[in-house]
Ligand binder design. Structure first.
Ligand SMILES: [Zn+2]
Ligand SMILES: [Zn+2]
Length: 477
């Protein structure tokens, strides 16, 4: 399904009221609201899901690997290793099991708080690593408690199974658990209830929502765990705690950040299928071109619906932003030509030709001018600088009439500071396009006698010399 107004773009939202599908660019997204609103009737829109529109997680593996290298994440890792070092030192010197356990618990708790923050952020489409402080705001204690509770219950279930079915139960049970663990962790992070994470129906629905790609997710997660186990065995065996701890927990945290950033992204990619909400603004491109695209897209909707006043409002909004004034005004001119509204055309056009940097977009300015006079033949930019730019760009005979029209300056404009430039442009046109050096010379003489000094002087004198030498050559030729 594609957007009704942008038939190239996939539809992202649906309005029940209007029975219209919108792309991500053409609806009103307010970060404080649960869902974007319909531009036409203002009701909340329904999401079509993003799983077929965002890059699938299996194509983003390198991004998950880079996640721990983001500044916030690597700062966390360093801090975490520092804490692990201190705790390792303490356990080396105080061989009390109770204290060792408590310290370990604290260490795990910090790590769990961080990786679950990574997951819940990613689930909203935000792949920027959280800072250590942001992770602390996340209630890491209760999450740690829930993770421990989850493990205790799983071990309990295994024990009960062992009592009932005997030793043959253990291996299949571990295999199933390991297969379900990504789903369990995602459900736990998103719903924050151990009971949902243990609910076979919920786990199954999560796996079903992701579909076959879940096998990939499981595969990646399993490989990471395997590697970690190997590292753990090696480090623990050879080194004293004070060195083993920071290394061990550093590696652990590193790979769990990778893993949980992947889980989070999966929850984002399949959020509709999983039944989770996301922050709609995370779907948007947040750079400058994204902003323009969205405003233009909104204008499209209004134009196609015939709501021209609304379209004009959007475009004048866009024109307020200096970086986009030109584009927006150009669109406004065209919009009003289509509407057959001369007042609107002249208003927008005069604003457009006020642009002090018009010379840099001379070609566009000329094209627009030709469109305008095709509709409103009497139009002339009130700004002499703009007329100069236009004349400079009319280096072709077919423009002669237009040049004359543009150069017919009324008295009021005689004092315009741009008049010398306009006369120079006219002279250049006469000489270069019309091959009429006599009238070019007339214009230049008038210019230099009236305005002998100024930025235009050197250029005018050069041109006069060229014209004079051309004239001397002609009779002898
Ligand atoms: Zn659209
Ligand atoms: Zn609607």
């Amino acid at each position: 399904m594609n957007c009704k107004y942008h038939t190239q773009d996939k539809a992202q939202w649906y309005c029940h009221q209007c029975d219209i599908s919108f792309c991500v660019n053409c609806c009103d997204i307010n970060p404080r609201e649960i869902a974007p609103r319909c531009l036409l009737c203002r009701t909340h829109l329904e999401s079509y899901g993003v799983s077929d529109k965002v890059t699938p997680f299996w194509n983003k593996l390198s991004e998950f690997n880079k996640y721990p290298w983001q500044e916030n994440a690597s700062k966390f890792l360093l801090t975490y290793m520092g804490i692990a070092f201190v705790i390792g030192l303490i356990t080396d010197f105080i061989p009390l099991v109770m204290i060792q356990l408590l310290l370990l618990l604290a260490l795990y708790s910090i790590g769990i708080g961080y990786v679950f923050t990574v997951l819940t952020r990613g689930a909203r489409g935000n792949m920027n690593a959280p800072s250590y402080d942001e992770a602390l705001v996340f209630n890491s204690d209760s999450m740690t408690f829930k993770v421990i509770l989850l493990y205790i219950e799983l071990i309990g279930l295994g024990y009960i199974g062992y009592l009932i079915f005997g030793g043959g139960f253990i291996l299949p049970y571990i295999a199933i658990l390991s297969f379900c663990s990504p789903a369990m962790l995602i459900v736990l992070a998103m719903e924050k209830h151990v009971s949902s994470a243990l609910n076979p129906a919920r786990i199954a629905s999560c796996i079903r929502a992701v579909g076959w790609p879940y096998l990939l997710l499981f595969g990646f997660s399993f490989l990471i765990d395997l590697g970690l186990e190997f590292a753990q065995g090696q480090l623990h065996f050879w080194l004293p705690q004070a060195i083993a701890y920071p290394l061990l927990f550093g590696v652990l945290a590193y790979f769990y950040i990778v893993k949980f950033s992947m889980f989070g992204y999966v929850a984002f990619q399949y959020h509709t299928e999983l039944g989770y909400g996301i922050d709609a603004e995370n779907l948007l491109e947040n750079d400058d071109t994204g902003v323009v695209k969205r405003l233009m897209a909104k204008a499209d909707v209004y134009i196609q619906e015939g709501r021209f006043e609304d379209a004009e409002d959007v475009l004048y909004d866009l024109a307020n932003d200096k970086a986009h004034t030109v584009k927006a005004l150009e669109r406004l001119v065209r919009l009003n030509i289509v509407r057959r509204n001369p007042v609107g055309v002249v208003k927008a056009a005069n604003n457009y030709y006020k642009n002090p940097k018009l010379a840099t977009i001379g070609g566009d300015a000329l094209r627009l001018y030709l469109e305008i006079i095709g509709f409103e033949a009497r139009f002339k930019p009130t700004n002499a600088g703009a007329r100069t730019v236009l004349i400079n760009h009319m280096k072709h005979k077919r423009y002669e009439e237009d040049v004359n029209k543009l150069s017919a300056i009324n008295e009021k404009l005689q004092t315009d500071v741009n008049l010398p430039w306009l006369m120079l442009a006219r002279a250049r046109f006469e000489s270069e396009v019309m091959n009429n050096d006599t009238s070019a010379l007339q214009m230049l003489n008038k210019l230099l006698s009236k305005y002998p000094r100024g930025g235009h002087q050197r250029e005018a004198e050069q041109l006069r010399q060229v014209c004079q030498s051309m004239q001397q050559k002609l009779p002898s030729a």
